[in-house]
Design a protein around this ligand. Structure first.
Ligand SMILES: Cc1cc2nc3c(=O)[nH]c(=O)nc-3n(C[C@H](O)[C@H](O)[C@H](O)COP(=O)(O)OP(=O)(O)OC[C@H]3O[C@@H](n4cnc5c(N)ncnc54)[C@H](O)[C@@H]3O)c2cc1C
Length: 451
């Protein structure tokens, strides 16, 4: 087996490294820019003893390999199983997710608009070709659900005009509407659950990174920290790092954001550079707020479509595991995690961002003014790449870039390596790393990356 270099110690790089060891291959190294592993699935501990994830990460998967890996890494005791309780804050009230199946919780006028829109949407030609995500949303959800939830919420989470996004990625990512069920549950209210993550997992200790730290003992001494790749010479097959050192390879797995990776190539043709500029993404600010008080709710997370609220989602993080608050004592401490994306289309608001997030918690009545003195930690995390946008012309650009890279024995995989949101979770990432290794070793097809 030739010498392999892996760029990035997130779930994809670690998944590939683990698979290499599992298949008895030792001739590889993982080069990670940071001083710790995990990438977007890492966690940080602050001085007060709160553990913060980059974003509220939950674990669920339909891949048997991933589920076996999970159990091997953490054991049954090491993973907490949690029933999803996700909500939408709509004006002064909470509506269960999926929104369209819990319309009975809305004020009467909004409920009526949603129901009329759903009925009207049935008159739309079902086989009509939609040009973008925005058109698809209006056609499938009707004007009311679109106006009250789908459009404002998606504008916040993607920070990208919905007219520039495709809708080919939806599959398990969006709860699509069943208008009969929506009508039925509006008139005869009941809780309707949805989706592959109705029950999810979370590491019992160390936060989200707990899963990835558990892989390290299987990798021997193959992870190199603080190795930031600054240039890759695709003909010489050599990586140069910011500390001036270099590494040679015969095969390279990169998990860097594809668009940034292309700028590091020594010889990429103009067509590849131009294609990489078409890839859209957003960035993320996460604000963690640690309080000396028990959790104010049993909910898991809440979506906020209100454009004035500075975050699109809030997670009651300490409800996932007591280990992530000081002393593991959730009778005295709790933690909340708020996420806000921004992009070239939608900049962050000016001013003290953390303060505006805390004010948003009070405005949305998650916290009362009397809770503010109990705040003992405000922790900011920035992710320069958060969501790879499934834009209308993404796949054409990807084809140009990936076919050039593979002609040079460079394989770009993972959330931002493949640039495919629909295969961008931890399980997809691990599987992409595993499957590219299997392809190298015995020519088997990569199912997840090609799906
Ligand atoms: C807002 C948000 C919510 C999410 N929620 C969930 C969830 O609920 N459940 C779930 O399963 N997944 C979730 N994910 C996805 C999860 O974070 C990803 O699946 C996973 O982290 C992707 O792994 P990766 O290895 O492909 O990339 P990354 O995690 O991005 O890792 C890439 C690594 O490359 C390193 N690197 C970058 N540049 C260089 C360089 N020049 N040289 C060397 N190293 C470099 C980085 O430091 C990083 O460690 C979420 C992600 C986000 C952003």
């Amino acid at each position: 087996m030739p010498r392999i270099a892996i760029l990035g110690g997130g779930p994809t790089g670690l998944g590939a490294a683990y698979r290499l060891r599992e298949r008895g291959v030792d001739d590889f190294e993982v080069f990670e820019r940071a001083g710790q592993i995990g990438g977007l699935a890492t966690s940080f501990q602050d001085a007060k003893g709160y553990t913060w994830d980059v974003s509220g990460h939950i674990i669920f998967s339909g891949y048997p390999y991933f589920n076996q890996f999970l159990e091997k890494m953490l054991g049954k005791e090491g993973i907490r199983r949690i029933d999803r309780e996700s909500w939408i804050k709509f004006e002064d009230r909470y509506v269960r997710y999926p929104f369209q199946n819990h319309l009975s919780s809305l004020p009467e006028r909004a409920m009526l608009e949603c129901l009329i829109g759903l009925v009207e949407s049935q008159t739309i030609d079902r086989d009509r070709a939609f040009r973008n995500f925005e058109e698809w949303v209006f056609a499938k959800f009707g004007a009311g659900v679109s106006k009250h939830f789908m459009i404002p919420y998606n504008e916040k989470v993607w920070s990208t005009p919905l007219s520039q996004m495709g809708f080919y990625w939806i599959a398990e990512r969006v709860a699509v509407v069943d208008w009969k069920k929506a009508l039925e549950t509006a008139l005869l209210p009941k809780i309707v659950d949805w989706g592959p993550n109705a029950t999810f997992g979370y590491p019992a200790t160390r936060g989200t990174v707990g899963l990835w730290l558990a892989v390290l003992p299987y990798l021997g001494d193959r992870v190199r920290y603080r190795k930031r790749a600054v240039c890759v010479d695709e003909d010489e097959r050599e990586i140069r790092f910011s500390d001036g050192s270099t590494a040679r390879y015969e095969k390279l797995l990169t998990t860097l954001p594809l668009e940034a990776f292309v700028t590091r190539l020594a010889r990429a043709p103009e067509s590849v550079r131009a294609a990489s500029k078409k890839l859209l993404f957003n960035r993320l600010f996460t604000v963690g707020v640690g309080l000396k008080r028990p959790s104010p709710s049993t909910k898991n997370w809440i979506y906020f479509p209100n454009p004035k609220t500075p975050f699109y989602r809030m997670t009651y993080l300490s409800n996932y595991s007591p280990d992530i608050v000081p002393g593991g004592d959730t009778s005295r401490y709790c933690s909340l995690l708020m996420e806000t994306t921004y992009s070239r289309f939608r900049p962050l608001p000016a001013g003290d961002f953390a303060k505006s997030v805390v004010n948003g918690l009070v405005d949305e009545e998650i916290l009362q003014p009397a809770d503010l003195p109990a705040i003992e930690s405000v922790y900011l995390i920035h992710a320069a790449h958060a969501y790879p946008i499934p834009s209308v012309d993404r796949d054409e650009a990807l084809e140009t870039i990936q076919s050039y890279l593979e002609s040079k024995e460079i394989y770009s995989r993972g959330r931002f390596g493949s640039w495919k949101y629909e295969i961008g979770n931890q399980d997809h990432s691990l599987m992409q790393g595993k499957e590219v290794v299997d392809r190298w070793l015995d020519g088997s097809a990569e199912k997840v990356f090609r799906s």
